[in-house]
Design a protein. Structure first.
Ligand SMILES: Cc1ncc(COP(=O)(O)O)c(C=O)c1O
Length: 405
């Protein structure tokens, strides 16, 4: 057991800009001027390199003329219906979601997650004390940027191998929860690939309702799993979805990171408030892209093949890495989260892997923040995105083991 209250950091205002800095900018700074000895392989960015589905070209072509229209902010009726049908099918929802009031299109989840912090703070309204946004540590960088933009205190919740890489909900103190306006929660998690079970999600939803904050559920990796399909937060939220909004994307599910299509679904009162902000500030999603998304959500074949390919690469990791660096096959996602503390820690290993083997990896501390005691739960780790084909992945993992031993 560990105490969240004593185990968090609230940044002074001078540190706000640093709070929101891109981990990839920091990585470029770290590796600037270092010539790699071998042809580079980029394992740092979680950009899927698997083939895009066959239907993308024909669908886009059939709807090209729709580039001549401004897209509406909510998403087309067809898109919202397709997203609703998929959600119901995938998560076996307690009741069908209403595509008219409970779904909005997003230009990928990144912008959606960012703007959701601002919307959540406005929607939840004043609380006792400085508004807080809870973020499991380490985390997807956009959560902290969203919290800072919403002028909330980002509160980083400790997660370690000992807690299954999920925050210990028993350790959250009531005073903190009382001033919380939102909780960013991903399952599967990036970077560790941890999956929250249904009981954990039910407890999370109960906390959101008891203390009235928005649970912002990032489910963009939900179709990438090694054994069983991760349960969803809307299922845990039961019939009215109150205090819960989930974020989905085609970037990982369908290998379409460049399409920029996702959606948010859940609490209709929150979505109405969120829509007010989005109607002015959010990027619109081109109608032809939404047509591709309709086809993508209707098709499971490419998703099954995609998952199989990731699993084949985890097989490679099992064989080549074995039990080195604390590796174990994660429940979901497409990252390896490797403990390189015996190799000098994440930054030192990153520099070495780049210089000696041309492997570009991400130091874990760039996607984590120091806790109040100065410890950084990412410092011992590197993150590796298994986004390439099997041949490149195998080559990369052999190079990794060759240099780190
Ligand atoms: C945890 C997590 N959430 C959200 C996103 C955003 O993805 P997109 O904007 O492509 O939907 C990413 C992208 O890497 C991610 O890792």
């Amino acid at each position: 057991m560990f105490m969240i209250a004593a185990d968090r950091v609230s940044p002074p205002s001078t540190a706000r800009a640093a709070e929101a800095r891109s981990p990839f900018v920091r990585l470029s700074e770290l590796l600037a001027g270092i010539e790699p000895a071998k042809p580079p392989i980029n394992l740092a960015v979680g950009e899927p390199q698997h083939p895009i589905p066959d239907f993308v070209g024909p669908v886009l072509n059939a709807h090209l003329f729709k580039f001549g229209r401004y897209p509406g902010n909510k998403g087309t009726d067809g898109f919202r219906r397709a997203a609703a049908t998929w959600l119901d099918r995938r998560f076996d929802l307690p009741r069908p979601i209403d595509p008219e009031h409970e779904i909005l299109v997003l230009a990928g989840t990144r912008e959606g997650l960012f703007l959701a912090a601002i919307a959540a703070k406005r929607y939840i309204g004043p609380k006792s004390g400085r508004p807080a946004i809870l973020i499991p540590n380490p985390f997807y960088a956009v959560y902290a940027a969203g919290a800072v933009a919403a002028d909330c205190e980002p509160v980083y919740l400790s997660t370690t191998a000992a807690t299954g890489f999920l925050p210990d909900l028993d350790a959250l103190d009531d005073a903190l929860l009382a001033r919380t306006v939102a909780f960013y929660f991903a399952s599967p998690t990036n970077p560790q690939g941890a999956v929250a079970d249904a009981a954990y999600l039910v407890r999370l939803v109960a906390l959101a309702r008891r203390f009235n904050f928005m649970l912002l559920g990032d489910e963009c990796y939900c179709e990438l799993y090694t054994r069983t399909a991760p349960p969803g937060m809307l299922t845990a939220a039961a019939a009215d979805f109150q205090n819960v909004a989930v974020f989905h994307s085609l970037s990982k599910r369908s290998n379409l990171p460049g399409l920029r299509v996702g959606f948010v679904a859940g609490d209709k009162k929150f979505l109405a408030a969120y829509f007010d902000l989005r109607a002015i500030a959010a990027p619109q999603v081109p109608i032809p892209a939404q047509e591709v998304a309709i086809a993508a959500y209707a098709d499971e074949k490419h998703v099954v093949e995609n998952r199989a390919l990731y699993n084949a690469k985890f097989d490679l990791a099992d064989q080549i890495i074995g039990s080195r660096y604390g590796y174990h096959r994660p429940a979901g996602g497409f990252f390896l989260w490797l403990d390189v503390s015996s190799k000098g820690g994440g930054e030192a290993a990153t520099v070495r892997l780049w210089r000696e083997e041309g492997l570009r990896v991400l130091p874990g501390q760039y996607i984590a923040r120091a806790q109040a005691d100065g410890s950084n739960q990412g410092r011992d780790y590197i993150r590796i995105a298994l986004v390439h084909d099997k041949t490149i992945t195998s080559e990369a993992l052999h190079r990794l083991v060759a240099v780190l031993g």
